[in-house]
Design a protein around this ligand. Structure first.
Ligand SMILES: [Mn+2]
Length: 277
């Protein structure tokens, strides 16, 4: 039994196409898309359509939830502001499939011994990192009993054999690499008759320039503004930009006594951030 797990595509179609082609060359028994198909790069809809067409199992990630809940009572009112404008761009492409997205599970057991998740068994945005200690891994995974636990979400590929012998696999991101260079990643899981499950973390180059060009050609940069620029930079460098920028912006507002919360102030914060990073 072999399972290919692709996660965290984030609207990056060239990366998704490369990862999908490489995964299919491996002829897995099952092709799983483990959530966060949308939001980030401009092509959420094209990635959604391709995921629906090509995968055997599709999970919902926290970014699907953000897109679904934006502008509804379940969403944070802040999500309507300039810092979350990328969600509006993605949602506008997905209006006719929102119910379908909502119906997807965030985790799915697969008989006899696999649990597929976006982030955790009962939580679509819990963080587990290569440096997380065994105790915190076990706390998150506690209710699950499967021999193989597979997740995405943190964009950092790693795996760990837990104290009770189960294998936890966190696959890298297809479309929003955070490993220090832009590349597409996915996980290939194989069950062996005697040794049980093993994992191969696959990394491959993709046409990054094509993705960056889509930011311009699609009108995304122009319409969405500073936050699209932050995503572009995260894709171009394959390194954390979004979280550092959001943290920087809070400090920058306080230090410069900026109270407006609009595109212009966000633009100024981004200029200051880029000058330092
Ligand atoms: Mn996620």
């Amino acid at each position: 039994m072999r399972i290919a797990v692709l996660a965290d595509i984030h609207g990056n179609l060239p990366a998704f196409e490369s990862a999908l082609a490489a995964a299919k060359r491996e002829a897995p028994d099952l092709l799983v898309i483990a959530g966060d198909v949308v939001n980030g790069a401009p092509d959420s809809r094209a990635c959604w359509d391709l995921a629906r067409a090509e995968c055997d199992v599709l999970l919902r990630g926290n970014h699907e939830r953000y897109v679904l809940d934006r502008g509804t009572p379940a969403g944070d009112p802040l999500w309507l502001g300039p810092r979350f404008r990328t969600l509006g761009w993605a949602r506008a492409q997905l209006t006719d499939v929102l119910d379908e997205i909502r119906a997807l599970p965030i985790a799915l057991p697969l008989q006899p011994d696999v649990l597929l998740m976006h982030a955790g068994p009962a939580d679509d945005h819990v963080n587990l990192y290569p440096w997380s200690d065994d105790g915190s891994l076990e706390r998150v995974l506690d209710p699950a009993t499967e021999a193989l636990l597979v997740r995405g979400h943190n964009h950092l590929p790693f795996h760990r054999t837990l104290a009770d012998g189960r294998l936890l696999v966190s696959v890298g991101a297809v479309g929003l690499s955070l490993v220090g260079r832009p590349e597409a990643r996915f996980g290939l899981l194989t069950r062996h008759a005697r040794r049980g499950w093993t994992v191969r973390h696959v990394s491959l180059p993709y046409d990054v320039d094509a993705t960056l060009a889509r930011f311009v050609d699609s009108g995304y940069l122009r319409e969405v503004g500073p936050m699209a620029q932050v995503f572009l930079r995260e894709i171009a460098t394959g390194s954390h930009q979004l979280v550092p920028f959001v943290r920087f912006e809070q400090r920058w507002r306080a230090a410069n006594d900026v109270h407006e919360d609009d595109d212009a102030s966000l633009e100024r914060a981004l200029e200051a951030f880029l000058a330092l990073h």
